[in-house]
Design a protein. Structure first.
Lengths: 258, 250
């Protein structure tokens, strides 16, 4: 049933999705998308690379999550960019493991997730993990949906000004309440990944922080990637700004790695 | 392919700096993105005041013909409509093809619900029931169970559930299996492979697509369908043919 249509984003390159997932999708809905299926979802949209982690496994076993992600990276080295998981509840071990994945295995970032760990992002237990991000100069992607998620992440971003902090979902459905505070932190980036489709969201992020600080993300395969991609392609922005958002900004962040 | 959008919104929500004030703006966006025709509600009717919303809707769209049949008004049916022959005649003259019911606003009595269902079925019109948003926010919607109850009253009445999300997807699939006259607007259904799942369930001829444009972007949910791993003819049905059938225009 593969489509004969052109991918959605014809004429835009590179397209790098800053926020995707490896591992179980929606078991309660009997939806389980394999990595190969996720690659096909990317192909139908024209997404070239996906920054990915197995963040759901943070709840239970971050090591297994990292192993899953490594397996996906090895299977699709030109398409999947690995983010290792940062577990503040096992801070020292998690930071040591991050060193190995960022150093030896070529992972490109660290994913943290308050819903799975219960630890606010400005908790001192994250310090060793942020130190690794600083050492390797890699981005930290953090899930944010509540005001305290955004607040605590931005607090840490201010303490580590050389680390790019990607505000995952940019505060979620309440995004409009967080635009100014995210824009005020120079190393904080807006992540577009969200199931909302509020008109003007992409434009609002670009206006507040500059298009250079907006990142294309989709949550694929948990969410249909065309949803967020369409919002960028049809935003009232210049093509240059769209190119930055779709991949130029993430490419620049990744080039700064040590 | 020109598409049919089953959920366009006039008016400004107040919660965001978005919204469309005029039919001119609506049609301009439709022209820019290949939307041939759309069902239009007023945000006031959807959010807080159905009667006010209907007044504003018909001020803007006196009839579908006044907008070259590009915009089809979708009024909210409150108790004043059941029965109210003059009101139904007004709606017929305006080119209405279906109405929106809001059980969350009105506790329709059994007689009122029967009168509304009968009036719609006799005219070949559909009933739209927008679901209450899962994550809160203003809406005068319904639940899946309420939509099912209305669909079960008359199997010759098409009941279109408006707006879905992964949190109600399982419930919706069960409802559509049990009620062959339940239709689904795929707007807000962003679950990865959700569209594929619904098509695999056998519901392809009862799926339509609404954007919520005015409050939401006009292209996102259309593009989710276009990028889904389903046959091209099914995409055409979801984005156009099914809606024409729902409107009695095929």
């Amino acid at each position: 049933m593969s489509s004969t249509r052109d991918p959605l984003a014809v004429g835009y390159s590179p397209i790098i999705d800053c926020h995707t997932h490896i591992g179980p999708t929606w078991p309660d809905l009997h939806i389980n998308v394999s990595v190969a299926d996720a690659i096909r979802m990317m192909d139908r949209c024209g997404i070239e690379k996906a920054c990915s982690s197995a963040s759901r496994l943070l709840r239970f076993d971050y090591r297994e999550g990292n192993r899953l992600t490594l397996s996906a990276v090895r299977e699709f080295p030109d398409r999947i960019l690995g983010f290792c998981l940062g577990d503040p509840r096992r801070s020292r071990q998690s930071a040591e493991e991050a060193s190995r994945y960022l150093g030896d295995e070529g992972f490109v970032g660290i994913k943290i997730h308050i819903s799975h760990t219960g630890v606010l992002y400005d908790d001192p237990r994250y310090d060793a993990i942020y130190a690794r991000a600083d050492e390797f100069r890699v981005p930290v992607l953090a899930h944010t949906f509540l005001p305290e998620d955004v607040r605590s992440l931005l607090c840490s971003a201010r303490r580590h000004p050389d680390v790019p902090f990607i505000v995952g979902h940019s505060g979620g459905f309440g995004w409009a309440n967080h635009v100014a505070e995210i824009a005020a932190v120079p190393n904080a980036y807006f992540d577009l990944c969200c199931s909302t489709n509020d008109a003007g969201r992409v434009e609002a992020f670009a206006a507040a922080g500059g298009a250079e600080r907006v990142l294309f993300g989709t949550d694929l395969p948990m969410l249909a990637p065309a949803h967020d991609l369409s919002q960028v392609l049809n935003a009232e922005l210049s093509k240059e700004d769209k190119l930055l958002i779709l991949g130029g900004n993430m490419a620049r962040i990744l080039e700064a790695r040590r | 392919m020109k598409t049919i959008d089953v959920n366009l919104m006039l008016g400004r929500p107040g919660t965001h700096a978005s919204g469309v004030s005029s039919t001119r703006e609506l049609i301009a966006a439709m022209d820019a993105h290949g939307v041939e025709r759309g069902l239009v509600s007023h945000i006031a009717g959807a959010v807080h005041d159905p009667a006010l919303g209907n007044d504003r809707l018909f001020d803007a769209i006196p009839s579908a013909a006044s907008c070259d049949d590009r915009l089809v008004p979708l009024p909210v049916a409150g108790p004043e409509a059941m029965p109210a022959p003059a009101l139904w005649q007004k709606w017929e003259a305006a080119g209405v093809r279906g109405v929106r019911a809001c059980p969350a606003f009105y506790g329709y009595s059994s007689d009122e619900a029967d009168a509304l269902s009968s009036g719609l079925a006799e005219r070949g019109w559909f009933l739209q029931m927008p679901l209450a948003p899962v994550y809160g926010g203003p809406c005068s919607g319904a639940t899946v169970a309420q939509a099912c109850a209305w669909a079960e009253k008359r199997n010759d009445l098409c009941v279109m559930i408006g707006g879905t999300h992964r949190d109600n997807l399982a419930e919706l699939r069960a409802a559509m299996r049990s009620c062959a006259n339940l239709w689904l607007d795929l707007g807000n259904q962003t679950t990865g492979t959700g569209v594929e799942l619904l098509v695999a369930d056998g519901f392809a001829d009862r799926l339509v697509c609404g954007s919520g444009f005015g409050v939401s972007g006009i292209t996102s949910f259309r593009d989710v369908v276009l990028c889904a791993d389903i046959p091209e003819d099914v995409k055409t049905n979801i984005l156009r043919t099914n809606a024409l059938r729902l409107l009695g225009l095929s």
